[in-house]
Every structure is written in C-alpha cells, then in structure tokens.
Design a protein around this ligand. Structure first.
Ligand code: FAD
Length: 426
C-alpha cells in the first residue's frame, strides 16, 4: 500500500514513520516552500529543516509510549527536559500551586518509570528528530506542495497541488494542521476553526549565556480578571521558553503562525515591557527581553467534528481536533491518533481493509479528541474567567485533590490496548 501524507509537521512526520513500521510506503507533501529543499539536480531529495520556530511542547506518558513504539524515545528523551511539576502562580510570582506530574502519571496507570515524567522539548528539535528519522527510513518529503483538492476513485485517492502536480495513493492522510485544506476538501460543510482573539508570543532563551536561573520546569503566571497569562518552560539544561498570551494584537498571517518575528529587538523589548507593567517577576521579564527569537501563534479552536474519516481520507492531529493550547494536549492527542492508526494497520494489512481501519479509527479517536478539546476549553476558562482570588483558590483545591489521589487526573491511553478492545468488540 502507498499513502499520501499531506503536512509534514509533527503529526504528519510521525504518521509516515508509523506507516513505515507496518510496511506501508508513504510520501510527505507540505506547503512549506524552501528553495534549498528543492530536489537536487540528481533528483534525490535533500535534507529539509523547516526552520527554528515555535517554543516548547509538553509530551506525557501516552505520547511517549507512541514514540517508544517508533523507536524514537531515547533520542527524544536525550533532547528534552523532564517536567515533574507544573506550578501556577499569581501574576507576580506569589501563591504557588504545584501539581505533582509523576504522581498524576502513576495514578493514571503508567507503570513504566521512564515514562512517568512528562517532558518539555523544543518543538523544532522534535521536528528535526522526526524528519531525520523519516530520511533514514527513505520517506520522501516534497515541499512547495500546497493541497488544492482531492479526487477519489473506487481504489485510489489523488491529491492535487497548487503547482499543478498530483500524488496518488491507496489512501490519504490529512495532517495539515488546524486550517487543514484536506478537511475542507473532504468535509465541505465542516465547521471552520474559530479565532479566539488570543495571540501567543513565544520567546526562546539561552539560560547560561544570559545568566538566568529558573526553578520551575513548567510555570504559569495568571491574573484572571485582566486576562493576563504568561508561562515558562524549561526544555533542556540551557534552553527555556517564555510565552505571553495577548488579546487584540494584529493576527499573524495564516499559515505563518510560527515564523519568528522579523524585528526581534523591538518585539522583545515591547513584550518584556508589557510583562513589567503586568508585574511579572524580574527573571520572567528578562527571559522575554533576552530571547533569541520570538514566534507569534494565533490561537484558534476547531469545533468538534463528528468523524475523522471519509472514504479513503483520514484526518490526524490538529486537522482533526485543533484545540486551544491551554491544557497542553494538542500534540499528545495527535500522537495518540498515530499510535491507534499504527495498531489498526498492524492488525489489518490489506487495501481492502481500509474502510474497516478508518471506521475503527474514528470510533476510537473522535470521543478522545472531543474530550481533549473540552478539557482544553475548560482550562482556558479557568485561566481567563472568574475572579482572581476565587479562581486561584478553586485551582488550589482541584490540584490538592489530584495530588492526594482523591480524584484521578487522567487515565493512560495505551494504543495497542484500545485497538485490541475495539477489534474484540466488533
Ligand atoms: C502556543 C502553542 C503551544 C502549544 N503547546 C503544546 C504543548 O505543550 N503540548 C501539546 O501536546 N501541544 C501543544 N500545542 C499544540 C501542538 O503544537 C499541535 O497540536 C501540533 O503541533 C499539531 O501538529 P500537526 O502536525 O497536526 O499540525 P501542524 O504542526 O500545524 O503541521 C501542519 C503541517 O501541514 C502543513 N500544511 C498546512 N496546510 C497545508 C496545505 N494546504 N498543503 C500542504 N501542507 C499544508 C503546514 O505547513 C505544516 O507543516 C501548542 C500549540 C500552540 C499554538
């Protein structure tokens, strides 16, 4: 079988690796247009680096399990920083509320110690790991391929690109993010992503060079009544990200959400001054002022889809369930999508099985996608609504319940177990 994968972001690249593991060939097609990534004169594909942009992503046990299945866990762990706690402060760095992530993982059912500690990793570093694994596996990536339309026949599907070229496969994977052209092409009446009015400005800073020390792996600073939210993440011994969410800034050009800001000195000074005016602790202001790049990200929320597949096309990652980033569940949910598709194809290998595979995929993933999006919306509400005093008190109470095992934070999602259960139930 051969698959056409639209989008070579984190989920698209991971999907291609998963398909490779079960003997399904695939090629990646991305709208990214890099001159240096064009095919070399000999016709062989060159190494593609999609550039240094974006900040940190958090991956917890369910996602780490998928990376382990793909043989990438050690490499990812070596490039990441453990995140044993999450701390929420008032905006000035007082009144900490601390979630014990390791305990939450254990209670969720994760028995492997190596996976109990969630990690923070630089998004571009993770992407580089995935893309070089794709290269080693012989998976080709074509850039400058902006999807325009999809044509299906009884036994194949063809992607049409804006440059006039096409690609045909037994099935097509839409991993082209929250503004997915795949989704628009297959579900013509599907709801559109809604702009939340929020822009995330993500700075990345070298700690040693700037003599900066941060004590929290992952920290949130909040002033709910004024809708002020700032977070910091440590991604390696030396790298950290600082992220400020603002309302009413101009929206970055769609599709360029993660491009670094072109006027860094002006932007870092503007944002650091903003943090100072909000009363953030000095080290957080300094992190923004000394960032070596700042990428804006417009925050959208995708209304829940009823299904993630149609005929020979299947959606994975943000194209299926793009969500607000407040609970840090977007990539994790996308990695679970990949893990489920992989296990389904492990069980059903023939082209004639595609309808069954996609139907089971939607059956398993749609409720999970809806749940993650709901939890993300609830977290955004907790951050942006209600009174500062009562909201923080409520958060303290909730985290107390989690830390002392009075409620379970979440349940581990093990893709092979979920797939086996669904197959048995058919
Ligand atoms: C500020 C912020 C912080 C976040 N933090 C976390 C976190 O801590 N933990 C977590 O799990 N998640 C987090 N997320 C979410 C996470 O980044 C996304 O869920 C994840 O990147 C989705 O990956 P994807 O591959 O599905 O989509 P994308 O990363 O959006 O990749 C889509 C790819 O498709 C390509 N493409 C788009 N349109 C076309 C087209 N028409 N034709 C061809 N190619 C196309 C794009 O160029 C891109 O390469 C965060 C998101 C934001 C905005």
């Amino acid at each position: 079988m051969h698959a056409v994968v639209i989008g070579s972001g984190l989920v698209g690249a991971t999907t291609a690796l998963a398909l490779h593991q079960v003997g399904i060939q695939s090629s990646l097609y991305d709208q990214v247009n890099l001159v240096q990534a064009a095919l070399t004169s000999g016709g062989a594909p060159v190494a593609i680096d999609f550039g240094d942009s974006g900040g940190s992503v958090l991956i917890s046990a369910s996602g780490l399990r998928v990376l382990r299945t793909l043989g990438l866990l050690d490499e990812v762990l070596a490039s990441a920083h453990p995140s044993p706690t999450i701390t929420w402060y008032k905006i000035n760095g007082t009144s900490p509320v601390v979630l014990d992530n390791i305990n939450a993982s254990k209670k969720s059912g994760e028995s492997d110690e190596a996976l109990q500690n969630p990690i923070q990793i630089l998004r571009s570093k993770l992407h580089l790991i995935l893309m070089s694994a794709c290269r080693k596996a012989g998976i080709r990536t074509f850039t400058g391929k902006k999807l325009k339309g999809i044509i299906e026949t009884n036994d194949s599907v063809t992607a049409e690109f804006e440059d006039g070229t096409t690609a045909t496969g037994d099935f097509l994977v839409g991993a082209d993010g929250i503004h997915s052209a795949t989704r628009r092409a297959v579900f013509r009446d599907a709801a559109k992503p809604e702009y939340t009015g929020v822009i995330g400005h993500i700075g990345v800073v070298r700690l040693k060079e700037n003599n900066l020390k941060i004590s929290d792996a992952c920290a949130f600073y909040l002033q709910r009544e004024k809708k002020q939210l700032v977070c910091t993440f440590q991604m390696s011994e030396d790298l950290a990200a600082v992220q400020v969410m603002t309302f009413n800034d101009p929206v970055p050009v769609e599709g360029e959400e993660y491009r670094p800001h072109p006027d860094l000195p002006k932007e870092s000074a503007r944002l650091a001054d903003l943090l100072e005016s909000w009363g953030l602790p000095p080290h957080v202001q300094d992190m923004m002022r000394k960032s070596f790049r700042i990428s804006p990200a417009a925050i959208y929320d995708l209304p829940d889809l009823k299904t993630y597949h149609k005929n020979r096309t299947v959606l994975l990652g943000d194209s299926a369930h793009g969500m607000v980033p407040n609970a840090g569940l977007g990539l994790l949910t996308g990695l679970e999508d990949v893990g489920v598709l992989l296990e389904l194809f492990r069980n059903f290998k023939s082209p004639s099985d595609i309808p069954r595979v996609f139907s089971l995929y939607s059956q398993l993933r749609v409720p999970r996608g809806h749940d993650a999006a709901k939890r993300s919306r609830e977290m955004a509400k907790q951050y942006y609504e209600g009174s500062q005093v009562f909201g923080h008190l409520l958060l303290r109470f909730g985290i107390f319940l989690f830390n002392y095992n009075l409620v379970t934070f979440h349940k581990i999602y093990d893709c092979p177990t979920e797939v086996a259960g669904a197959i048995k139930a058919v």
